[in-house]
Design a protein. Structure first.
Length: 284
């Protein structure tokens, strides 16, 4: 049991070495002059439940959860918020004093806040969403929360896009449709915003093989990948004069409710925080 010392939280994933959460929370702890720490914990899939129980006993306030544990985190919690329920996955576990674990999902909120700052409302707009995994699911809910009129999902394996669209149709007001990446050219011509939620373009992965020439000139392009910050997809979009939005905004905004839950103060997303994270990425 931790006694007297500051509040301690963790970030649990596998691998965990490249997580920016310790830098991000560390920046706020220092900025707000709070006594606390956020420690990275590399935990294999099979050890997840045991490690969580151990951290609870050790007096941690809670943990952020990343790949591959988000579904397991949701499954082991005693209670959850509606965002975690919608996503069937959690990126935040809060350890309550009575031993109960509360699961939340702040990824959708992070993307919503980042886009709200960059674009305002999406009222009546058409969004072209690439990917059909867990990140795509959260992104559909974020676009819907911002009032998107139509969300067109395109995925390499079209059946997954269709399954995601069918699962979310009853939960959203926006019109949802699904297709394969081969339909890119047709849909690119009508999109106001393109959102990449696939892992293509991430450090070590091949880039998205899409021709941006068919995009409308005033379309914005967002990539949720932030390592590298300027993915080949965003680089191409910027060179063609499109407004681009990188993945750091989402990362910073999803961390706000976590920090507040762990350390008791609501932090601000500032240019200073962005600069600190950009510097950390440069050295990653
Ligand atoms: P997450 O939960 O982070 O979204 P995931 O469930 O593994 O991760 O989904 C990864 C997404 O990236 C999928 O939509 C995947 O497409 P498939 O479902 O067809 O596999 C997509 N993806 C990964 N690499 C890709 C690439 N090189 N080109 C296009 N899509 C890719």
């Amino acid at each position: 049991m931790l006694t007297g010392a500051g509040k301690i939280a963790g970030v649990v994933g596998w691998p965990i070495g490249h997580s920016l959460s310790p830098v991000l929370h560390g920046y706020w702890l220092q900025d707000l002059k709070l006594d606390g720490a956020m420690v990275p914990l590399a935990v294999a899939r099979d050890d997840f439940a045991r490690v969580i129980a151990g951290l609870q006993r050790a007096g941690f306030r809670g943990v952020n959860v990343t790949v591959p544990h988000k579904e397991a985190a949701f499954a082991l919690a005693h209670a959850c918020d509606s965002a975690a329920e919608d996503a069937q996955a959690a990126n935040l576990l809060i350890f309550r004093a009575d031993g109960r674990i509360e699961a939340r999902n702040t990824d959708t909120l992070g993307l919503t806040e980042s886009l709200r700052q960059e674009m305002g409302s999406l009222e009546g707009r058409t969004v072209l969403l690439l990917g059909a995994g867990g990140a795509a699911r959260g992104a559909v809910l974020a676009m819907n929360a911002l009032g998107a009129g139509k969300i067109q999902i395109l995925n390499r394996h079209m059946d997954k896009a269709a399954a995601l669209a069918a699962a979310l149709k009853p939960r959203v007001q926006a019109q949802i449709a699904a297709g394969g990446l081969a339909d890119w050219t047709t849909h690119a011509a009508t999109a106001d915003l393109v959102v990449n939620t696939t892992s293509a373009g991430m450090k070590g992965n091949p880039p998205l093989a899409l021709d941006l020439a068919s995009l409308r000139k005033d379309a914005a392009v967002l990539d949720i990948v932030y390592n590298p910050l300027l993915t080949p997809f965003l680089k191409d979009a910027a060179a063609r004069g499109h407004k681009i939005i990188d993945g750091l905004g989402m990362l910073m905004h999803q961390a706000v409710p976590s920090f507040e839950a762990f350390f008791g103060v609501r932090p601000q997303v500032t240019p200073g925080l962005r600069a600190c994270l950009e510097q950390a990425l440069d050295h990653a």
